[in-house]
Ligand binder design. Structure first.
Ligand code: SAM
Ligand code: SF4
Length: 333
């Protein structure tokens, strides 16, 4: 088969990372992502099937994609997700498959996901108390997430990363407990700055609890941290460990220290729209190509055009910023 050009944009960034949303549905309602009520979810027939997703990935690997992450919505509410993992794990060029989940349904599924070939798992948890959990998610479920983390560990996932969105007025009280949690459990806790992708359009820069502030609190209250080198070029998190070598903390400082310059990601939404950035205002309809009977070259062409049109970076910190119409749950974070 003819090798195709790689996914390189007009700023020289090579893209090898594809994030795939498998559903926009979710079993909780985090305020920084979803509206509290009246969510209009995609209809079943709008979602790409596992076979359609597999086909997209088979085309994408010819363009240099070798890392996949499944997300949503909550990916574990999509039935038989382990079957999709197995389909993707069977593609030789796919070097790495990850999953981002809220962990609520993980206790029952961790082993099947691991057995299907999943190795990397990020579990989102913004608080270490049931009350704090409810404040963020507008639902109960804290104990289920803890059980999910335990089950992931028992199934063999290593490392396990915990994602905590940092929101001013909510996250301050979580910083030190999360520092101790990282030290006690060996899970890496990654603080993600709250981004303007909430369905309620309530984001303001003042509501972001910045990575620098969290780092300072951890250093003052537990002990200083030192930077550790990133494993992967293009990885969004800056990683630290406590000075005594026990406990890892990461920061995804999308607002205070944007990492667009090293971005290597593209995204496919659950309804088959290709996006070149979380914040892009345009998307390309892959589902229409697939269901319209177009061949693999047409899908490859859509990827190449999309990456060529990628902007230099998001403009969150400027007056020019326009929040995309799709909130996070419908893009796939
Ligand atoms: N439901 C799964 C979960 O929560 O892990 C996967 C989808 S969720 C959209 C992916 C990640 O995006 C989660 O870690 C979540 O906390 C994060 N996220 C959602 N909305 C965000 C926002 N407005 N700013 C920063 N991170 C956000
Ligand atoms: Fe659901 Fe994840 Fe969005 Fe929370 S962040 S509402 S768990 S999709």
């Amino acid at each position: 088969m003819q090798p195709l050009p790689v996914l390189i944009d007009s700023f020289g960034r090579v893209h090898n990372n594809l994030r795939i949303s498998v559903t926009d549905r979710c079993n909780i309602r985090c305020f920084y992502c979803m509206p509290a009520e009246n969510v209009r979810f995609m209809e079943r027939k709008e979602l790409l099937t596992f076979e359609e997703l597999e086909r997209i990935v088979r085309v994408a690997v010819r363009l240099g994609i070798d890392k996949i992450r499944l997300t949503g919505g909550e990916p574990l509410v999509r039935k038989n997700l382990d079957r999709l993992i197995a389909l993707l794990a069977a593609i030789p060029e796919v070097r790495d498959i990850g999953l981002t989940t809220n962990g609520i349904l993980l206790a029952d599924q961790a082993q099947a996901l691991y057995d299907a070939g999943l190795r990397r798992i990020n579990i989102s948890l913004d608080s270490l108390t049931p009350e704090g959990f409810r404040e963020f998610t507008r639902r109960d479920g804290f104990e289920q997430v803890l059980a999910g983390i335990d089950a992931a560990r028992e199934a063999g996932f290593d490392p396990i990363k915990i994602n905590a969105v940092s929101v001013r007025g909510f996250s301050e009280k979580e910083i030190v407990p999360f520092g101790h949690f990282a030290r006690r459990t060996g899970a890496e806790v990654r603080f993600i700055e709250y981004m303007p992708l909430d369905a309620d359009n309530a984001w303001e820069r003042e509501k972001v609890l910045f990575a620098g502030e969290i780092l300072q609190t951890l250093s003052d209250e537990i002990m200083p941290l030192r930077p550790v080198g990133a494993h992967e070029p293009g990885a969004p998190a800056t990683e630290f460990e406590f000075e005594d070598g026990v406990g890892r903390i990461g920061f995804i400082a999308s607002v205070s220290q944007p990492f667009c310059r090293s971005c290597n990601r593209m995204r496919v939404t659950a309804d088959g729209k290709l996006r070149n950035c979380l914040f892009s205002l345009d998307e390309t309809d892959l589902r229409e190509l697939i269901r319209g009977g177009k061949n693999d070259d047409a899908i490859a062409e859509a990827f190449l055009k999309s990456v060529a049109a990628k902007n230099e970076g998001h403009e969150i910190n400027t007056a020019r910023f326009i929040q995309p119409e799709r909130p996070m749950y419908s893009i796939g974070g």
